[in-house]
Design a protein around this ligand. Structure first.
Ligand SMILES: NC(=O)c1ccc[n+]([C@@H]2O[C@H](COP(=O)([O-])OP(=O)(O)OC[C@H]3O[C@@H](n4cnc5c(N)ncnc54)[C@H](OP(=O)(O)O)[C@@H]3O)[C@@H](O)[C@H]2O)c1
Length: 265
C-alpha cells in the first residue's frame, strides 16, 4: 500500500515538498494549512485537504512539519494525540533540534530533522536529514531518505553538522546569486540587455553545474581547460586569483558558520 505523507503548514517550503511529491507520484498525500486557500493549488495536484493538524497526524505515516520554527511546538502539541510509534515526524523548521522535536511529540513517535535550501521551491533542493533518533525503524528511515531523494539531492548528516550545512548549502544560494549578480552586471556593462545577460548567466551556471556533476576532473582542471595560453579567459582568471575569490568564498562560509554557532549558544 502507498505510504501516506501528510504536511501541516503547506506554505512555501511545505507546499513545495508536497507539490514535488505529487509530481513524483507513488504516495498518498494529504495536508492542512491554517489559511485554507493555500491548499487549493495542492488539491489540484491530488493532495487531500484535511481539517486540522490532528486529522493529518491521524491519516499519515510520515508527517512533514512545514510551519515556522516558533510555531512548531504548538502545532506538534495539536498533532500529539494522533501520533504513534508507527508514524514519523519530519520537521523542516530551521534551528529546531531533534531534542526539542522529541520533547514536543512527547516521545510518541520518531522524529527526523530536515534542512532544505531555497532551490527546493523549484524542485532542485539540497536536503540534509538527521535520522539520529534511535526510535526510527531502519525501513522507515530508508523510506524517508527515498522520499527526499526524489525531490533533489539528499544527504544524511549527524545533527552536529547542521550548522555547517546551513552555512554552506542553506546560505549557499545567497553566495551564488551574488556571483551571478556580478556577472550579469558585467554583461550589462558590455552592452547586453539586462534580461539577455541574466538569461545567459543563468544558463552558464546551470551548464557548469551539469559539467561538474558529470565529470570527475578536479575543479581547477576544469577551470584550466577553459584558459588558452595568452587568451581571453586567463586574463580574467588572473584578476580573480589576484583578488582572491576562492579565499573570499571560504571566509564567507566560515563567517556564516561562526554566526550559526553563536546563535546556537
Ligand atoms: N523557505 C525556505 O527557503 C526555507 C529554507 C529552510 C527552512 N525553511 C523552514 O520551512 C518552514 C516554513 O517556512 P516557509 O518559508 O515555507 O514559511 P511559510 O510560507 O510562511 O509557511 C508556513 C505555513 O505554515 C502555516 N501555518 C502556520 N500556523 C499553522 C497551523 N497552526 N496549522 C497549519 N498551518 C499553519 C502558514 O499558514 P498561513 O498561510 O495561514 O500563514 C504557512 O502557510 C520554516 O520552519 C523554515 O524554517 C524554509
Amino acid at each position: 500500500m502507498a505510504l501516506t505523507i501528510g504536511c501541516v503548514g503547506c506554505g512555501n517550503m511545505g507546499g513545495a515538498i508536497m507539490a514535488g511529491l505529487a509530481r513524483t507520484g507513488g504516495y498518498s498525500l494529504c495536508g492542512y494549512n491554517r489559511t485554507s486557500a493555500r491548499m487549493q493549488p495542492l488539491e489540484a495536484l491530488g493532495v487531500s485537504a484535511l481539517q486540522s493538524p490532528l486529522a493529518v497526524a491521524q491519516a499519515a505515516d510520515v508527517l512533514i512539519l512545514g510551519v515556522k520554527p516558533y510555531q512548531a511546538a504548538e502545532v506538534l502539541e495539536q498533532m500529539r494525540p494522533g501520533l504513534t510509534a508507527e508514524k514519523t515526524v519530519v520537521s523542516v523548521a530551521a534551528g529546531v533540534s531533534c531534542q526539542r522535536l522529541s520533547h514536543a511529540v512527547d516521545g510518541r513517535c520518531p522524529v527526523v530533522r530536515c534542512m532544505p535550501n531555497t532551490p527546493a521551491l523549484v524542485g532542485k533542493g539540497v536536503f540534509a536529514l538527521c535520522c539520529e533518533d534511535p526510535a526510527i525503524p531502519a525501513a522507515r528511515k530508508a523510506e524517508v531518505l527515498a522520499l527526499f531523494n526524489a525531490l533533489g539531492v539528499c544527504v544524511e548528516l549527524p545533527e552536529n553538522k547542521f550548522t555547517a550545512f546551513t552555512a554552506l548549502i542553506g546560505a549557499g544560494p545567497a553566495y551564488v546569486f551574488a556571483m551571478m549578480q556580478g556577472l550579469v552586471q558585467a554583461g550589462v556593462t558590455l552592452g547586453f540587455q539586462h534580461k539577455e545577460s541574466r538569461d545567459m548567466v543563468a544558463a552558464l551556471f546551470g551548464g557548469c553545474a551539469t559539467m561538474v556533476e558529470q565529470s570527475t576532473k578536479p575543479l581547477m582542471q576544469l577551470r584550466d581547460d577553459v584558459c588558452s595560453p595568452g587568451g581571453v579567459t586567463i586574463a580574467g582568471v588572473n584578476v580573480l586569483d589576484r583578488e582572491g575569490l576562492v579565499g573570499l568564498l571560504v571566509d564567507s562560509v566560515l563567517a556564516a558558520n561562526a554566526r550559526g554557532k553563536e546563535m546556537e549558544s
